[in-house]
Design a protein around this ligand. Structure first.
Ligand SMILES: C[S@@+](CC[C@H](N)C(=O)[O-])C[C@H]1O[C@@H](n2cnc3c(N)ncnc32)[C@H](O)[C@@H]1O
Length: 307
């Protein structure tokens, strides 16, 4: 499969919109230790970075599955993997996982690399980036009806404020919600970003003032925390005895859900199903941070299912 990998990497580097550098790749490989013949489930396959490395080691395409809810990521996955015979599912990981469970599927390695990909952030028309002018969209699955526009323009001030506080941990949630409502309708990402900039105008923080607002609205549009909390017990059931599950999160709200679930399923209890392979989450090395600054908030937790 080396030929397949080289051709794939070449293609990705030619197109900035499909270029995504997989984070914590070395840490995933060393903690999950993929072996020949193992069955792999990638819940957020994106642009195939983790999948390529793991499948190169397992070389079991027929019993492995790649999932992503994003249409462009799926097109790219199909292009890269079409000759391998691997199953590629274009759906959110919660419903896709439920379907795999109903089909009594089992996997030896499960990976979830949560959140958005670089192409989401690099392509202004997707509406994820406060650095670009784009529509208020932020949908990972382009067939979904609800967009950021609906949340920004149709949610009450109180709900908006709660959402910015809960999903963005935004200290100025109330002021931002008030200014959004006062300036509605908003149609573009820069109008939304400008509101956060106005509220935070006297701050000297190094983070962009709109970071937390955009995170909160994106999480709400894609129901990211709800999907994760509901999917974790399903993933545990999809994991074969001795199987490893690795989850990379990018903010504290996601990481808390993963940590609490792993802790609740492990420990000294007689019915504990998981053994934690990472007592503390693994984070990017200084070399990785220098090479890929977007990895800076990544945290990896890995557990093995007891036999
Ligand atoms: C950080 S990227 C993954 C990159 C991938 N590991 C790689 O190496 O190319 C996250 C991907 O997860 C997808 N995603 C996020 N939430 C999802 C969900 N609930 N169901 C399915 N895919 C999801 C996004 O569309 C995005 O492509």
């Amino acid at each position: 499969m080396t030929l397949h990998k080289n051709k794939k990497q070449e293609k990705m580097h030619q197109n900035p919109h499909t270029k995504h550098t997989p984070v914590l790749l070395a840490e995933i490989l060393s903690s999950v230790s993929p072996e020949k013949g193992e069955r792999y489930l990638d819940l957020t396959a994106g642009y195939g970075g983790h999948a390529t490395a793991i499948l190169d080691a397992t070389d079991n395409y027929k019993e492995s599955v790649l999932i992503d809810r994003d249409g462009y990521a799926n097109m790219e996955l199909k292009r890269q993997f079409e000759l391998t015979g691997i199953e590629i599912i274009h759906q959110d990981y919660l419903n896709a996982s439920r379907r795999l469970l109903a089909d009594k599927r089992q996997f030896d390695i499960i990976v979830a690399d949560l959140g958005v990909s670089s192409p989401h952030l690099n392509e202004g028309s997707r509406g994820f980036s406060f650095n670009d002018v784009g529509p208020l969209d932020m949908r990972m699955d382009q067939s979904q009806e609800k967009t950021a526009w609906h949340i920004v323009n149709q949610t009450s001030e109180q709900e908006l404020s709660d959402l910015l506080w809960r999903f963005g941990e935004e200290p100025k949630a109330r002021q931002i919600a008030r200014l959004i409502v006062k300036n509605r309708p908003l149609t573009t990402t820069n109008q939304l970003a400008e509101i956060a900039v106005r509220v935070w105008r006297s701050s000297h923080s190094r983070t962009h003032p709109a970071t937390r607002t955009f995170q909160a609205i994106r999480i709400a549009v894609n129901d990211e925390l709800g999907q994760l909390a509901e999917a974790l017990p399903v993933w545990l059931r999809l994991l074969a005895p001795g199987g490893r599950i690795a989850i990379i999160s990018f903010h504290s709200l996601e990481d808390r859900i993963v940590k609490q679930f792993f802790v609740s399923q492990s420990g000294e209890r007689y019915d504990a199903e998981l053994l934690l392979l990472t007592k503390r989450p693994l984070t990017p090395s200084p070399q990785e941070l220098a090479h890929n600054p977007r990895s800076r908030s990544a945290k990896l937790r890995v557990a093995v299912k007891q036999k």
